[in-house]
Design a protein around this ligand. Sequence first.
Ligand code: TEU
Length: 549
Amino acid sequence: MRDWQNSVIYQVYPKSFHSHRGEATGDLLGVVAKLDYLQWLGVDYVWLTPFLRSPQHDNGYDISDYYAIDPSYGTMADCELLIDEAEKRGIKLMLDIVVNHTSTEHPWFQQARTSLDNPYRDFYIWRDQPNNWQSKFGGSAWDYEAQTGQYYLHLFDHTQADLNWDNPQVRAEVFKMMRFWRDKGVGGFRLDVINLISKPADFPEDPSDGRRFYTDGPHVHQYLQEMHREVFAGHDLINVGEMSSTTLEHCIRYSRPESRELSMTFNFHHLKVDYVNQQKWVVANFDFLALKRILSEWQVGMQAGGGWNALFWCNHDQPRVVSRFGDDKEHWAASAKMLGTAMHFLQGTPFIYQGEELGMTNPGFDHIKQYRDVETLNIYRLKREAGESESSSMATIMQKSRDSARTPMQWSDEANAGFSSAKPWINMAANASQITVKSQLDDTDSVLHHYRRLIALRRNEPLVKDGLYRPLLLDHERIWAYLRDGVGERLLVVNNFYGSECAIELTEEILEGYTIQRNVISNYPDCLPLTGRVLLRPYESFVVHLSQL
Ligand code: TEU
């Protein structure tokens, strides 16, 4: 197995990364063109969201051919070139595998829908009557197929039909496809909503949306162990499972090496701290104490159970973190750096989503015509049908839409921020020509250089990987502080999550007989005097190395 515990992974959303061909959407050659940048940044893996053939109802998470490149992204030769060129720079490609569902345009579904006894019928999940489960993108999770008079299950859009993993032929096809990509030379897989693949046989009604029955479902561990045997065993691959609404106990099982399932797991509990009663589609401030508590519980719990976390603030489904938990105006740079530090010193493998390393912000689009995402458009329609006003619907969408993360990567102050010579498929933020790679490369005090230092530090500070996580001051309403303890040495990580000054006492209780040896990283140029009472400036963050006396 590759050393996933020492790696940093960069997520590329190829549709919005770089268009080599000068079109509205990015392409694989556009990623090749930017590999030198990724090498300079220092990342080990690049996870690309799906670029396989797809009608693109959900930007590639609706695959219609697992063996072909979508023409909008280029050709198989471009993909091979990307794998080779990345390898030359010490970077491995991580492929996004979407196998909870396929597009309804996939030939399997096209076959399955034709008759009740078609050999592919059992590749999907059919019922005479729907139960009351809800799609994660709004509305019923079932759609009627008139030709055969039954309903098929879709936990996401109605163009994304759920595969029936209880059918051994489905599993055999999935593993065969993964071996095909493994043998092409990809270095790992990101497995889309992989904890949803096993549904209970009886499809019970649910007062909620049904997730309690299919999340971490009855045979999921067995199927992942089978995947491990069939695809991963004996190969140099790292694998991260995207776990929707999961639990700590299950994630320990998924990611403990002894389980022979996955290398690590993503979970989203820390990103629901600005939901209200589990509801995403309402405007809300984030609950800082809950954020600290949840991340701390996962750190402590995964360490105790021998599991491994994938660490992240951002991805293509989440609003930009600097706009969400930081300050995208007055304290933009300080807060973007503070958030980077707070995440990167946790135990786990950090994922950086394109543009996060620049402090890219939410674009704040205020008209529904500026949005493209299937989930956002569904929710807008449902809200308006339910009588919610235009302004209230849009206020929520501006804060919560996935499209906020999907605006093009900002390379330079050229046209379209250097993303493409053509008008992009989605608008850019108003600040697109200011927050760019070009402007930050020359400025060693930039957010970009801070992220580069965070990546490099991971290799030089073994405590980042191995140190025992211990939260401090858990009830403090503004500061998130923690220790990473080793033998006779430790890191102290302190982050002010707010835009006002705030004092912290470095008491003997915290220092426990240790003394500060050196500064590791900070986000203000001048370092604080680190004794006794420390006054943290807005969004100030620092890490120091301590040794026992
Ligand atoms: O996302 C899974 C998922 O459930 C969420 O992150 C989802 O976007 C969110 O709950 C909506 O509120 C994965 C992919 O990352 C996402 O882009 C796909 O749309 C989804 O699976 C379906 O394949």
